[in-house]
Design a protein around this ligand. Structure first.
Ligand SMILES: [Ca+2]
Ligand SMILES: [Ca+2]
Ligand SMILES: [Ca+2]
Ligand SMILES: [Ca+2]
Length: 560
């Protein structure tokens, strides 16, 4: 029945998981403002995204709506078309997964990156409902006519959690039941599913059941089903304490997972989805119009966002929060993802495959923005905004093979691009930027530091406002740094990181003006942060990204 392909990529693109170790205080998170994240939805065989206020609707899929076959159901012919449906964000929020009904009548689970537009097939032959991922992405839950299933995220080791028994008074109890939607709770402990039972073509009823992921504590009829209810939807509050659902007849409600404390919203409609911060529920009103509305859970008030909204099956993008001003650049696609001051990711295209990415404050406004160094011709491309666009500043500097190092080496509040030449183990420091496609000229000063094979990194190790340099020596595992920009022995050194780790530095964990190193480890797609310039284990870590992605670190990337 099942034909499943290993989905290794999910393990690579795991959700952002922030782990704080030791006794150090977690950095303060900026307060929530606005509605972060996109909302994916289905409309007319295709998948779209929009902002949470209904603006900026973008179509993601373009290959649906092709006639497949004629089907007879309930004594009426029905045309079946290729269709993309049931959009669901992957747990890392990077892709929209969806069910695709293919022209050969197969069903696939696909995923599309809304920034890049690239599409991949996760499961090429799928017969269940759209999978719902566990919060960490390690497992999937899905349903079919035989019950509720939990499996590894590659589809292996499926285990049936429960059978599809609708129950209730006759005739509901006698009719066959089937699962039509599954939603994993944010704490990973419970599953909510929509169960459908029908007596042929004339009647059918849907309702929501909540069950522990191990199959215990079954709570049926959580949303108080009424006869002839179709298209019941359900979504979890981000704290897992409540659900939003509807009875299929326009009564939209929130309720505890055990069915208690049912509270109808002061609104008619369905398709409710909870915002990642819990402050609002997005829904489609059912008062003759199909309007996109939002319900403020604190004020118990609703307001109109968009009149005449035809979307369905909405899913709100999981909000990634990264606690430090770090970023990752995918060198294969040129997609940048930077953690803003509010912790939310900004993503945009910049550069060509193979360019070496770095960041700096080129226009002295305290916001770090991208830079690229093209090692083949020594060209530097700097941009002053964290958005897609052309370079604001471009010039050439250095020799092929040089490694860019950016920092504020004279403490004037402006970053400049300097170089490390591995063939000479020599830093070339310059405190101005070039312009207008010209050469930058010679470096202001240069000095030798390090051994062949050392990897350079820039940071202000002594908190005096002047950036200096450091090196990672993979052969010994040592990190060396100097507090002056000249030749000499290291002012400090300690063991940190593994070979193949990618070094960055920033003022994280202990925010005192002094930079400390971190590594991005490709094989586990994890950043490991050291909060002091001393030897020891990582003080915190962030799991995020892809194994070929390159890390960058700044002081502030602003907010999108
Ligand atoms: Ca700037
Ligand atoms: Ca400077
Ligand atoms: Ca310094
Ligand atoms: Ca620090």
């Amino acid at each position: 029945m099942w034909s499943l392909r290993i989905w290794a990529a999910l393990a690579v693109a795991a959700a952002v998981v922030v782990v704080m170790e030791g006794d150090l205080d977690a950095p303060a998170q900026a307060s929530y403002a606005g509605e972060p994240g996109l909302v994916a939805y289905a409309e007319g065989h295709e998948i779209y995204t929009m902002n949470a206020d209904g603006s900026d609707q973008r179509r993601l899929t373009f290959d649906s709506g092709t006639f497949i076959k004629q089907e007879w159901g309930c004594d009426e012919p029905r045309s079946v078309f290729t269709e993309s449906s049931s959009p669901t964000w992957t747990p890392d929020g990077l892709e929209v997964a969806f069910l695709y009904h293919a022209a050969d009548d197969r069903r696939e689970v696909r995923a599309i990156d809304p920034v890049v537009g690239s599409m991949r097939v996760l499961f090429p032959d799928w017969e269940g409902t759209m999978p719902s991922w566990s919060p960490g992405g390690e497992r999937i839950a899905y349903g079919d006519a035989s019950g509720l299933w939990v499996a590894n995220n590659d589809g292996s080791s499926p285990r049936r959690v429960t059978e599809p028994v609708f129950g209730g008074p006759p005739p509901l109890a006698e009719w066959p039941a089937s699962l039509v939607k599954v939603e994993w709770s944010p704490d990973g402990k419970r599953l909510a599913f929509v169960l459908w039972t029908g007596g042929g073509c004339v009647s059918g009823t849907q309702d929501v059941t909540v069950i522990d992921a191990d199959g215990s504590n079954r709570h049926p009829f959580v949303c108080q089903p009424r006869p002839d209810s179709f298209r019941v939807t359900v979504d979890w509050a981000p704290d897992g304490q409540r659900l939003v659902c509807d009875d299929g007849h326009g009564v939209i409600m929130t309720v505890r997972p055990d069915g208690s404390d049912l509270t109808p919203l002061q609104a008619e409609g369905g398709e409710g989805v909870w915002s990642p911060d819990g402050s609002q529920i997005l829904y489609v009103s059912d008062d003759g119009q199909h309007d996109l509305r939002s319900y403020n859970t604190a004020l118990n008030s609703t307001h109109l966002l968009l009149a005449g909204f035809r979307g369905a099956d909405m899913d709100w993008q999981p909000v990634q929060q990264v606690p430090y001003p770090i970023g990752l650049v995918d060198p294969d696609t040129g997609v940048w993802r930077l953690a803003g001051d509010d912790g939310y990711l900004m993503s945009f295209y910049y550069g060509n495959p193979g360019d070496v990415p770095f960041v700096g404050d080129w226009n002295c406004d305290s916001i770090d923005t991208p830079g690229l160094y093209r090692q083949s011709d020594g060209y530097v491309y700097l941009r002053n905004h964290n958005s897609q666009g052309v370079a604001d500043i471009r010039f050439y500097f250095g020799n092929p093979g040089d490694v860019p190092v950016a920092g504020d080496f004279n403490s004037d509040g402006c970053d400049t691009v300097s170089l490390y030449r591995p063939s000479e183990q020599r830093f070339y420091i310059i405190n101005k930027l070039g312009s207008e496609d010209t050469g930058l000229g010679t470096a202001e000063f240069s000095f030798v530091f390090g051994n062949p094979g050392d990897k350079p990194v820039v940071g202000d190790w002594d908190a005096d406002g002047f950036d200096e340099i450091g090196l990672h020596r993979e052969s010994s595992g040592y990190f060396y740094f100097r507090n002056t920009l000249d030749t000499g022995i290291a002012d400090g050194q300690f063991y940190f990181g593994n070979p193949a780790d990618r070094f960055i530095a920033g003022d994280w964990g202990v925010v005192d003006g002094a930079d400390t190193p971190a590594v991005y480890r490709p094989d586990t797609v994890t950043f490991f942060f050291r909060h002091t310039l001393t030897q020891g284990n990582a003080d915190s870590s962030v799991t995020w990204g892809g194994s070929t992605w390159l890390p960058v670190a700044g002081a502030s990337f602003g907010t999108s």
